[in-house]
Design a protein around this ligand. Structure first.
Ligand code: ADP
Length: 218
C-alpha cells in the first residue's frame, strides 16, 4: 500500500503517519525527518538544506527528489509519505517514477485544519531527538514534562517551530504545496479529512478508510 498524507505544517502528518506505519506495517518516510538527520550528521545535503529549513522555505526539488527516491528503495512492504511531495513538480516526478515500475499511489489523504490551530499546535510541539516521538505541551503531554515516554531522552523544540518561522512555513505551504492537493484532485480521489480535532478522533477516521483499502488489497 502506498499512501500520501498531505496537509499544512502542524496538520498532524507526522503523528498520523507514525500510527499508520505501526498499524499497517508500511515504512514511514518523512522528508523533514530525513533532512533533519542529514543535518545532524553534517552531510553535504544537510548543509545545503539548512538555510532553507531555518527560514521556513522549501529545499530545492532536485535535492529532495533524489533523497526520497533513495529512501523509497526500502519500501517494498508499502510506504506512507509524510511531507513529500510538497511541490507539483515533486508530485509529477513521483508519479512518473512509480508508473515506470508499473505502480502508483493507492491513496491520498489531505488533513484539513485552520491556521490558528496550526500555530498553537506547532509552537507547543516538542519532539524526541532520539526516537522521533512527537508531543505537545498541552494536547499530548509526555508523562513527565520534557522527557520522552519511550526512551527517557530530553525533548527538544525544533528551531523552525517559532511563531515567526511558522508563519513563513504556512505562507510557503499555501504558495507551493496547496497546489499539490489540486494536482492530485485533478487526477484521482483525494480524501479530505477534518484534522482539527483530537488526534485519536482523526486517527479513527483515517483507519476506517485504510482498513477498507488494506482489506481489499490483501
Ligand atoms: P512541517 O510539515 O511541519 O513544516 P517538516 O518536518 O515536514 O515540517 O519539514 C521541515 C522543513 O524541511 C520544511 O520547512 C522544508 O524546508 C524542508 N522540507 C521537508 N520536506 C520537503 C520537501 N518535500 N520539499 C522541500 N523541502 C522540504
Amino acid at each position: 500500500m502506498r499512501i500520501v498524507l498531505l496537509g499544512a505544517p502542524g496538520a498532524g502528518k507526522g503523528t498520523h503517519c507514525k500510527r499508520i506505519a505501526d498499524r499497517y506495517g508500511v515504512l514511514h518516510l518523512s522528508s523533514g525527518d530525513i533532512l533533519r538527520r542529514e543535518r545532524a550528521a553534517g552531510t553535504e545535503l544537510g548543509r545545503k538544506a539548512q538555510g532553507y529549513m531555518d527560514a521556513g522555505a522549501l529545499v530545492p526539488d532536485e535535492l529532495v527528489v533524489e533523497m526520497m527516491s533513495r529512501a523509497m528503495k526500502d519500501a517494498s512492504a508499502g510506504v506512507v509519505l509524510d511531507g513529500f511531495p510538497r511541490t507539483v513538480n515533486q508530485a509529477e516526478v513521483l508519479d512518473k517514477a512509480l508508473a515506470a515500475k508499473g505502480g502508483g499511489i493507492d491513496v491520498v489523504m489531505n488533513l484539513v485544519v485552520d491556521d490558528g490551530v496550526v500555530v498553537a499546535r506547532i509552537t507547543g510541539r516538542r519532539s524526541c531527538p532520539k526516537c522521533g516521538a512527537v508531543y505537545h505541551v498541552k494536547n499530548m503531554p509526555p508523562k513527565v514534562a520534557g522527557v520522552c515516554d519511550k526512551d527517557g531522552a530530553a525533548l527538544v523544540q525544533r528551531p523552525d517551530d517559532t511563531e515567526e518561522v511558522v508563519r513563513n512555513r504556512l505562507e510557503t505551504y499555501y504558495r507551493q504545496t496547496e497546489p499539490v492537493v489540486d494536482y492530485y484532485k485533478s487526477k484521482r480521489t483525494v480524501d479530505d479529512i477534518d484534522a482539527s480535532g483530537d488526534a485519536d478522533v482523526v486517527a479513527k477516521v483515517i483507519f476506517e478508510k485504510l482498513d477498507r483499502l488494506a482489506g481489499k488489497k490483501k
